[in-house]
Design a protein around this ligand. Structure first.
Ligand code: ZN
Length: 314
């Protein structure tokens, strides 16, 4: 039941650099710089951002100021603000913060789930049910989205069965998730695999399947984005400068770069609402804030081709 690419023309991007990007770096960026980063993202047209994670500060001191960052993000007009929530305690903090959405991670890989969350996938599904009950009891509007990580393979376990991923998609929807996405956390996916799994997941979840999250660990990030788009996905996670990784993915080169993703869709005439020049200018500032950390991506070096520039600005 893939959506015909010609019937839906725009793509939206959730910037996840402040969460997925920063959590893999040893340094802690001052809150004031995160706020500047968000302000500039918003000015560049970003309308959805994952800005932190409600995990104990001793585990991720880089994201200890998440409530403060959410509070600022809520002042930016039209910005949908989400934060990662690993458990019920984090969900309480997210509800208190007033975030628009919670991103609940669930590893399709049993081994990754135990290593990362110390729970089996089905224990995580049960926790999602409790988080839904908490949200409903609070009368809060906060949307519940599940990100199924290691959906295409795992550095610990290796192969992850498609049938298990699809079972978990159904299980999290049954437990009360309102949206679900598939993530190639460790950069194992190939475009044919991406197209196949998203097509099957659309049959299970319909339009509640609403996000593709790809890492460019082995250079296939954008090819996988394209395959998912062809399968009907219209919303993607990305990180400015391609930052990010995973503690269980040695050598990971980070998420798909927001500016490269913006270029991919611009080159195909698909609107994203993103201002390419503003993204590139912000990337340069980010390189300064994260001096010494590797940034990735391609298109920032050469800029846009003349064929993509409006005549007045060429
Ligand atoms: Zn990721």
């Amino acid at each position: 039941m893939a959506i015909n690419p010609t019937t839906c023309t725009s793509v939206s991007v959730r910037e996840v650099g402040l969460r997925d990007g920063l959590q893999s770096l040893a340094r802690t960026l001052p809150t004031a710089q995160k706020i500047e980063w968000l302000r500039a993202l918003h000015a560049a047209g970003v309308r959805e951002a994952e800005v932190g994670s409600f995990v104990p500060a001793r585990l991720l001191p880089q994201l200890a100021d998440t409530a403060e960052v959410v509070a600022f993000a809520r002042t930016l007009p039209g910005l949908v603000t989400s934060a990662l929530v690993p458990n019920l305690k984090g969900a309480r903090a997210a509800l208190d913060s007033g975030a628009d959405a919670m991103l609940l991670p669930l590893s399709a890989s049993h081994a990754h789930s135990l290593a990362n969350l110390r729970k089996t996938p089905d224990e995580v599904v049960a926790e999602i049910g409790r988080i839904r009950a908490l949200r409903d009891a609070a009368g809060a509007r906060c949307l519940l989205e599940v990100g199924i990580s290691t959906a295409f393979g795992c550095t610990i376990q290796g192969r992850v069965d498609e049938a298990e991923v699809l079972r978990l998609v159904q299980a999290v929807l049954d437990a009360g998730a309102e949206r679900v996405g598939l993530a190639d956390t460790v950069g194992y996916a190939d475009p044919l695999q991406v197209a196949r799994l998203f097509e099957k997941a659309f049959v299970v979840a319909g339009d509640r399947l609403a996000c593709g999250h790809f890492h460019d660990t082995r250079g296939l990030g954008l090819a996988n984005v394209y395959a998912a788009w062809q399968a009907g996905v219209r919303r993607f996670d990305a990180c400015l400068g391609g930052i990010g990784g995973c503690p269980h993915a040695p050598g990971a080169s980070g998420n798909v770069a927001t500016e490269d993703l913006a270029y991919l869709f611009a080159s195909m005439g698909v609107p994203t609402g993103l201002d390419f020049d503003a993204l590139i200018a912000l990337r340069a500032r980010l390189a300064g804030w994260l001096e010494g950390e590797p940034l990735h991506g391609h298109v920032w070096r050469a800029g846009l081709p003349k064929t993509l520039r409006p005549p007045a600005r060429a």
